[in-house]
Design a protein around this ligand. Structure first.
Ligand SMILES: NC(=O)c1ccc[n+]([C@@H]2O[C@H](COP(=O)([O-])OP(=O)(O)OC[C@H]3O[C@@H](n4cnc5c(N)ncnc54)[C@H](OP(=O)(O)O)[C@@H]3O)[C@@H](O)[C@H]2O)c1
Length: 291
């Protein structure tokens, strides 16, 4: 049997790198970073997809600077809303090619008291969420059953721009951090997202919107507490750390964020036959990479 061919865009990001690291041996992977393919260039996207002729296209590229998006809505829209439809149109020209597109918990407004199910109505609070929602819709409309939209949340890794690395830097510099305690979500490793995606690659019947995060719920402040505790135990912090809870109102940001970012992963876990790992285990595994 010929190997499955996969094309990954945004390969230099957290999830892109995790996908490369975990690529199964039966998949022939072509991966392009932003420097190698700007997904805003519809012609370049068309040429790349035509040249690689993949069975599966995984879009890990996105404009992820949530606050900056408020002052750069056009750039965020080009990358998150428009470019995914270029990828979908290019994939449509390759017989049978599926697209796995990654999206976000920020498509929801966070007002629900319970974890968000895939069928719950989106209502983004910020530019990033609105552009990501448009991107999801474009991919699903163009490709129908050949599209998968995987929503995830609070992604971090041992490299990249993320809450874990920001906290470790601030904790080393200051010994005291003030962290928002009234927004909750599920901290999720990029490796966990990659694991779910590679499983989807092997399951051609999987389609539509799925939710995947690591298991369990924390506030940003609880996440920071856990980082302080586990990083200290791993010898990554030189002194004891104080973590002070604050409210969202104490820490105004350009983008409004949902209070509840928790996604219900039950359906996806059953569909994929995977159990999400507890988020604290993901944190410890990521810290081990940093030791
Ligand atoms: N990070 C989170 O907490 C989080 C939460 C929920 C969902 N997600 C979703 O998960 C996916 C992966 O995110 P991530 O955490 O891996 O983000 P990331 O580390 O910021 O990676 C995104 C990658 O996309 C690249 N990129 C940006 N504009 C591009 C363009 N025009 N053409 C090609 N590549 C471009 C970036 O390159 P540069 O670095 O050079 O800009 C970066 O390498 C995204 O769809 C994101 O919306 C992330």
């Amino acid at each position: 049997m010929l190997p499955l061919k996969a094309l990954i865009t945004g390969a230099g990001g957290q999830v892109g790198r995790a996908l490369l690291k975990a690529a199964p041996s039966h998949v022939d992977v072509s991966a392009v970073t932003r420097e190698q393919l700007d997904i805003r260039d519809a012609n370049a996207v068309g040429r790349m997809v035509e040249a690689v002729h993949p069975h599966i296209l995984i879009n890990a590229a996105a404009y992820t600077a949530v606050d900056k998006a408020e002052s750069e809505p056009d750039v965020a829209a080009q990358i998150n809303a428009l470019a995914p439809s270029y990828l979908a149109e290019a994939a449509l020209r390759i017989p049978g090619c599926r697209v796995i597109h990654i999206s976000t918990d920020y498509v929801f407004d966070g007002r629900s008291a319970t974890p968000y199910k895939t069928a719950d109505a989106p209502n983004p609070l910020n530019v990033y969420g609105r552009t990501k929602l448009e991107g999801e819709r474009g991919v699903l409309a163009a490709l129908g059953a050949r599209a998968v939209v995987l929503r995830t949340a609070w992604v971090y890794a041992a490299q990249g721009r993320n809450f874990l690395l920001t906290m470790l830097r601030l904790m080393r510099e200051r010994g005291l951090v003030r962290v928002v305690a009234d927004q909750r979500g599920s901290p999720t490793t990029a490796a966990s997202v990659a694991r779910a995606i590679w499983r989807m690659v092997d399951l051609p019947q999987v389609q539509g919107v799925l939710h995947w995060t690591d298991q369990g719920v924390a506030s940003w402040c609880e996440f920071a507490h856990a980082i302080a505790e586990d990083a200290t135990a791993a010898g990554l912090l030189p002194h004891p750390i104080e973590v002070i809870p604050i409210t969202t109102a104490d820490y105004p940001t350009p983008a409004h964020r949902p209070v509840n970012s928790v996604l219900d992963t039950g359906e996806t876990a059953a569909t994929l036959g995977l159990t999400p790992a507890p988020w604290r285990a993901g944190l410890r595994a990521t810290l081990r990479e940093l030791v």
